[in-house]
Design a protein around this ligand. Structure first.
Ligand code: OOG
Ligand code: NI
Length: 431
């Protein structure tokens, strides 16, 4: 998918090269960080893509894509209501959830579903529904392979390779719209995003996002590479102890497309939808930490000049002691590689203080609705849209999905608890 997207959107290749350069320069400046990433095996895949995004048109498409992702052990985590920010979709992220899979490849797909019921004009709503009902976003080959994987509990190597090739087709860009120019115009007038979702053959990947270890440097260097970044980095400000997720993107490109004229011919048009993004992740926050983050974000929003986030503790020990963030506990190995056993202390805290146990931040693997709305907005090229007068509809989303989305905070809490229990058993201390 990375190769395909680079070929489709050359500026994305420029962004990847920039991110790789910034990451290498950052590592050269910070040997301690380099050593840590080396230890955790992160260096090899440092600048690789960490997420991408697609936008689906119907509940049936969501159900189908969920089955395809399930074959790769990617499940829907989190529910994001974007209607509150004036964007007529709700979303989830398909991602691996177990530790080994995350360590190997934490790639996620931010997946949005159009909320047709938010199109005000009933005629246009019906027309859009009719167009979407007629399309099939999966190849026949993919449908067969999904059925086979479900029947047999997986795919052999050859089938797995075919599966990846067939699924890639779903994400490919089609410069030919499936609707005529007047229809596209009406959809565009309803919302730019609606035109992007309804007018094409399938849910083209609309961005990919490599990981950077210095997002401020990438943001600052974009213009020098001929890339126009969005105005601000989304998420928390730069800190000593990074929390959650910071992200920025380059503005969607103006691309040539063609509309069918109905008599076998085509007319030329333009469309903006596809862009590139970068992300930098920090520690996952507990419900308490997240509530504080959301409150400070709201405060910052009201008064852009304020430094609301200064009130969010920026010290690992404090974040842990105050129960604001999640940590993975482990017993520090002796110099000879053997694990310590037998406690020098009788509580976990004392064992940490004595240097027998480390508490490493658990990385946030999910997304932030306010940030996501900022990314959407900067790439839709219109002014601040007014919020839809509609509530989140998680029930409808989960009905389409065929299962509840997983609760991200619960996943982090379980990881932390498992590591804590393991350490306590190993050392015979109490938590
Ligand atoms: C998704 C925008 C949200 C993120 O990283 O928060 C997103 C889209 O534009 O389809 O990708
Ligand atoms: Ni994104």
């Amino acid at each position: 998918m990375s190769d395909m997207y680079r070929a489709e959107v050359p500026q994305y290749g420029t962004l990847l090269a920039l991110v790789d350069r910034v990451n290498r320069e950052t590592l050269a400046r910070d040997p301690a960080l380099a050593a840590r990433l080396d230890r955790t095996g992160e260096c090899a895949r440092l600048s690789d893509e960490r997420h991408g995004a697609i936008r689906l048109g119907t509940p049936q498409e969501l159900a189908l894509i969920a089955r395809a992702f399930a074959i790769m052990n990617m499940v829907a985590v989190g529910y994001y209501d974007l209607a509150a920010a004036g964007i007529p979709v709700h979303s989830t992220a398909f991602r691996p959830v177990d530790e080994a899979a995350l360590r190997r490849n934490p790639f996620r797909v931010f997946t949005s579903l159009l909320r047709l019921e938010l199109i005000e004009d009933p005629e246009l709503r019906a027309e859009a529904a009719g167009i979407l009902d007629k399309r099939q976003i999966f190849t026949d080959g993919l449908l067969l392979l999904i059925a086979k994987a479900e029947r047999e509990g997986g795919l052999d190597d050859a089938d797995a390779t075919s599966f990846v090739g067939e699924l890639l087709e779903t994400f490919r860009w089609h410069a030919q719209a499936t609707v005529d120019e007047p229809t596209y115009g009406r959809l565009l007038d309803a919302h730019r995003l609606i035109a992007d979702i309804v007018s094409f053959k399938g849910p083209h990947i609309n961005h990919l996002t490599p990981r950077t270890i210095d997002i401020d440097a990438v943001q600052a260097a974009m213009p020098g590479e001929g890339i126009v970044p969005k105005e601000v980095i989304e998420g928390p400000p730069r800190r000593n102890c990074p929390v959650l997720l910071r992200q920025t993107s380059f503005k969607a490109l103006d691309e040539a497309i063609a509309f069918p004229t109905g008599d076998g011919g085509f007319v030329k048009g333009r469309h903006t939808a596809r862009f590139g993004e970068v992300e930098q992740r920090g520690v996952a926050l507990t419900a308490k930490g997240r509530a504080l983050y959301d409150a400070l974000l709201a405060e910052q929003f009201k008064d852009a000049g304020a430094d609301a986030f200064a009130r969010f503790p920026d010290d690992w020990t404090q974040l842990r002691r105050e129960g604001l963030a999640f940590f993975r506990y482990s017993v520090i190995e002796n110099g000879d590689g053997a694990c310590n056993s037998g406690a020098v202390a009788d509580t976990l805290d004392a064992a940490i203080a004595a240097g027998q146990v480390t508490a490493d931040p658990i990385i946030y693997e999910d997304f932030l609705p306010v940030s996501a709305a900022g990314i959407f907005r900067s790439n839709l090229g219109d002014g601040a849209p007014s919020p839809y007068r509609a509530n989140a509809d998680r029930t409808a989303f989960e009905a389409a999905l065929g299962a509840p989305v997983k609760d991200e905070i619960g996943l982090y809490a379980a990881l932390e608890a498992a590591s804590r229990d393991q350490v306590c058993r190993q050392l015979g201390v109490i938590a």
